[in-house]
Write a protein of this length. Structure first.
Lengths: 771, 167
């Protein structure tokens, strides 16, 4: 097998991944694969209590164990070291987030003491030999309960559980509601989810003889993490090199700086030896940012004919006990897309962000998008039901129309482009919608519980500031691309090489994509929020254009032709009209780094910091057919059709893979997954024994389709797609489940749709009808 | 603990190894940390994820469920022992051909389970493939292309996969 392809036609081709030969051979290098001489291992003692005072810590036995190098508690660490939180929302309360607990713990899993030892096993042994006396405090884990009068304070340093309240509004909401013929009211809660990247988090910190620090971290954002690390341990940023080696999935959860990374660095510097920490899965369940856990109370005002007039949403967002740098991200995102695909100019969206005694939340695939889509798509289905309208008709009536783009929504956000009718039509066609409805009606007539659900959605991508790209033609004419967008499974080395090779008219072998090393790569942001192709691709595309322009001038000088007479040709350039008069990249590079070309600065490298100051709004439509067993409550997803529009597609194979993965996580949310806490705040789903990640046999057959609406504001015409699957699939399933239960007069049930939950609802209906 | 260390002898990827290990050493850590075979991954601590799947006397097992001392006398194959130098095993090739991997972390375990399946069932249905991979978690691919990868390999290896599953 070879990746030898002709330079033209690369964009849009399902090129096999450049990354794979190494990974399928087991020769990848993930953080835990890094072994260094004299390396020490870090382990933690963590609080089993969700909320407690730490009365005393006895480390004597741990310190005396052979092989133990250091034992550290929060008191010994002092006030200076803590995890920095960015005030993403003005006025948000930022309570202390020390690297190790100081005086109190606020969530199960909070690290109370750290041990560094010669081996992983010794470190763990010593951590369990530490004796801690706790005084339990009342805990609260549910965000809505945390707002009730008399609720325990999750953070006793504050006089409230509210971290911040933020609002977005537009139009005249009160007037809209006053004019309404009908108001739909719903309360919808999205389950708390665990990202569950199969590679747990980890870090290796190595002090260099020069006094510098090299750190390998399983992260999505090496540059951001480096800056936060510098702040956390008061160490100069420019003396830290952060490397993201192969990263085994992240899904948003590997974005921020976590306290273990800072502590490993602090200890490595202090002890003068490399320090490694690799999370166990159990630790991961109580330390890594979790997702969703937003509860929406909404009102949708409509005219009798289904025209949407106004939307009020109050989101109670559970932040957990400690703020990570990106904890406020998902609620902000939720607000920004509350009206979905619809023309609702009168909006009032409020987020009440709440501290509880739980693991921090933060971006997890979707990061506010799935909550928002679920909310508006359930509301619109309920509106259709209440008004006796067809759910397609009500959607079509309110869609933002193609000619209205760029469109500024009722929450003052601009969508670049879209054609929601088109993707819906394609999804209906692929699903054989009329047939599905007939199937449903026939099954319903037989007394079976069968439902069809639809979800249309937007998938905002890009954003989060800039992304960087450097394109360098080396002395031999080969091309190196340095991207700030750091891959953790998305296939950047393939997709970016496709773009560069096509635009520079070379083979993919001629291009090397480098990422994930702050020493090699200029400042960058990272991979999250479906932003890589849009932002990293955009930066690279502009840098390529600049390199090509400079090369054209050099080539013109070499052949004594005017630059405008130089055209791109396979392998470099040619003189217009004289295709045999070729100037290769190698010749141009030799000139760029060799004899000075008059009026042209030496070198052939361009760096671009790309910020289009707008996001790219992908979209799509999903259709689900669900059957529920009346006797057991077991739901079966019989059919799932997914039509996505992510603008220009660079590699269809990779786009499909992104959709598959997003859908799998979406179906996990819809049917199985939920992080649960008990009445006392204890963790109930702290391992894979009781947190149900989908397995191979849980996946239904998927039918994928696409429409292509190019992004007019992006150099490549692309939009993101990484989160589309988990945005659209869960609401489509939710609407299908509720459609199946419609004959039982059940209005709404929150995900996940486990058999016991559905069985209870069916039984409750039976009890009611008996009376 | 160290005083109780036990001598073991085993074959890994056709190479004989003698070692002295702590009795509590799990086979996966022995492979990774003593032999440097880091292609076998650790993804959980409850034997659920299957990232550590290897072949133990020809059978696919999770190497986190076995102590290194239990492997005394055994023949082990890890992902590094599949295929030949420079030539991928058809299942490895299938994963690339069908985009059966994204981050690659679960992949070695998936491949070892897939190879094991095809050794006993060269013509698996989709359902049989999914069943055989029940013990392996993937969070990136939604399993769709993993099933396709195993089918691709089955065909390549001479079996004739039976398309869609029985149910």
């Amino acid at each position: 097998m070879t990746t030898e392809h002709t330079p033209s036609g690369l964009i849009g081709a399902s090129i096999r991944r450049v990354e794979d030969p190494v990974l399928v051979a087991g020769k990848g290098c993930y953080t835990d694969d890094i072994q260094l001489p004299r390396m020490l291992h870090l382990a933690f003692l963590r609080s089993p209590y969700p909320h407690a005072k730490v009365i005393s810590i006895n480390t004597t036995a741990a310190k005396a164990m052979p092989g133990v190098e250091a034992v550290l508690t929060g008191a010994e660490l002092g006030e200076r070291l803590s995890v920095p939180a960015i005030p993403m929302v003005p006025g948000m309360k930022i309570p202390p987030h020390p690297l190790l607990a100081r005086g109190a713990v606020h969530a199960a899993g909070t690290p109370v003491a750290a041990v560094v030892a010669e081996s992983r096993a010794v470190a763990q042994d010593a951590a369990s030999a530490i004796d801690v006396e706790y005084e339990a405090l009342p805990a609260v884990t549910n965000a809505e309960k945390a707002l009730e009068p008399g609720a325990p304070l999750a953070r006793e340093e504050l006089d409230t559980n509210i971290c911040y309240i933020a609002t977005k509004k537009g139009g005249d909401v009160e007037k809209a509601f006053a004019q309404a013929d009908h108001i739909v009211r719903m309360h919808i809660a999205s389950p708390r989810l665990v990202a569950m990247a199969i590679e747990p988090r980890g870090v290796v910190a190595k002090p260099e003889p020069t006094g510098d620090l090299t750190v390998w971290i399983s992260t999505q954002s090496p540059h951001r993490v480096r800056a936060d690390l510098a702040t956390a341990i008061s160490f100069p940023e420019h003396r830290i090199r952060v490397i993201a080696p192969d990263v085994g999935g992240g899904f948003g959860s590997k974005g921020p700086l976590y306290q273990e990374y800072a502590l490993a660095c602090h200890l490595a510097l202090k002890l003068g030896r490399p320090v490694k920490w690799i999370s166990t899965r159990s630790e991961d369940f109580v330390t890594t940012n979790q997702g969703r856990d937003q509860a929406m109370t909404s009102e949708l005002a409509l005219k009798r004919d289904g025209t949407m007039l106004g939307l009020k949403v109050r989101v109670v967002a559970n932040l957990g006990a400690y703020l990570q740098s990106n904890t406020a991200g998902p609620p902000q995102r939720m607000m920004a897309m509350a009206p979905g695909c619809y023309q609702i100019q009168n909006c009032h969206v409020e987020v009440v962000a709440v501290f509880t005694n739980t693991v921090s939340t933060g971006p997890y695939r979707g990061a506010g998008r799935p909550e928002s889509v679920l909310n508006i798509e359930r509301l619109i289905d309920k509106a259709a039901r209440d008004l006796g309208m067809d759910r397609l008709e009500i959607r079509r009536k309110n869609f933002i129309r193609p000619e209205q783009f760029p469109y500024r929504t009722g929450v003052n956000v601009e969508y670049d482009s879209g054609d929601y009718e088109k993707s819906l039509a394609e999804a209906l066609r692929l699903s054989g919608y009329e047939n599905l409805i007939r199937q449903r009606d026939e099954a319903r007539a037989r007394g079976e519980l069968v439902g069809v659900g639809i979800s249309t959605f937007v998938e905002p991508s890009g954003g989060a500031g800039f992304e960087s790209g450097t394109v360098r033609v080396e002395r031999t004419g080969e091309i190196t691309v340095l991207t700030g967008s750091s891959s953790h499974g998305q296939g950047h080395e393939t997709v970016f090489a496709q773009i560069a090779a096509e635009k520079m008219r070379v083979s993919m072998e001629h291009v090397a994509i480098r990422h994930g090393d702050t020493l090699a790569v200029q400042q960058g942001v990272g991979t999250f929020g479906s932003r890589s192709a849009v932002m990293g691709g955009g930066a690279m595309a502009i840098a390529i254009d600049r390199v090509v322009e400079k090369a054209r001038r050099i080539a013109g000088n070499l052949v004594e032709a005017a630059p405008e007479d130089i055209v791109q040709a396979d392998g470099g350039f040619a003189v217009a009209g004289v295709p045999e008069k070729k100037i290769t990249w190698r010749q141009i590079a030799a000139a760029a780094y060799g004899r000075p070309v008059p009026g042209i600065e030496p070198g052939l490298q361009e760096t671009v910091f790309f910020d289009p100051r707008r996001e790219a709004w992908g979209f799509g439509a999903h259709v689900a057919l669900v059957q529920i067993d009346r006797e057991t409550g077991t739901p079966t997803l019989e059919k799932l059709v997914l039509v996505d529009d992510c603008g220009v597609i660079i590699n269809p194979m990779i786009v499909e893979g992104q959709v598959h993965g997003g859908v799998a996580q979406g179906l996990g949310e819809a049917f199985r997954e939920q992080m649960l806490y008990g009445d006392e705040g204890e963790v109930l789903t702290g391992s894979l024994m009781n947190y149900a990640v989908p397995r191979a046999s849980d996946m239904p057959p998927l039918i994928l389709g696409e429409t292509v609406t190019p992004n007019p504001f992006n150099p490549l015409g692309v939009k993101g797609v990484g989160e589309a699957g988990c945005n659209g699939a869960p609401p489509a399933v939710a609407n299908a489940v509720m459609d199946a239960l419609a004959p039982l007069d059940i209005d709404h049930i929150d995900m996940p749709y486990t058999a016991p939950k559905l069985w209870e609802a069916i039984r409750a209906h039976q009890e009611k009808t008996k009376k | 603990m160290k005083d109780e260390s036990i001598a073991i002898s085993l074959s890994v990827n056709g190479v004989k190894h003698e070692a002295v290990v702590e009795p509590r050493t799990l086979l996966v850590y022995f492979l990774r940390e003593h032999l440097g075979l880091t292609g076998t991954h650790v993804g959980c601590d409850t034997s659920q994820c299957g990232a550590c799947t290897i072949h133990f006397n020809g059978r696919a097992v999770k190497s986190c469920t076995i102590l290194a001392v239990q492997a005394n006398g055994a023949a082990i194959t890890t992902i590094e022992g599949l295929g030949r130098e420079g030539v991928l095993h058809p299942v490895q090739e299938g994963f690339r051909e069908k985009h059966g991997l994204q981050c690659g972390y679960c992949t070695p375990g998936m491949i070892m389970s897939g190879v094991s399946l095809l050794q006993t069932n060269p013509n698996p249905t989709d359902e049989e493939i999914k069943h055989a991979l029940e013990g392996n978690l993937c969070r990136c691919t939604g399993y769709v292309n993993i099933v396709e990868a195993v089918k691709w390999a089955a065909e390549k290896m001479g079996g004739k996969p039976q398309g869609k599953g029985k149910n």
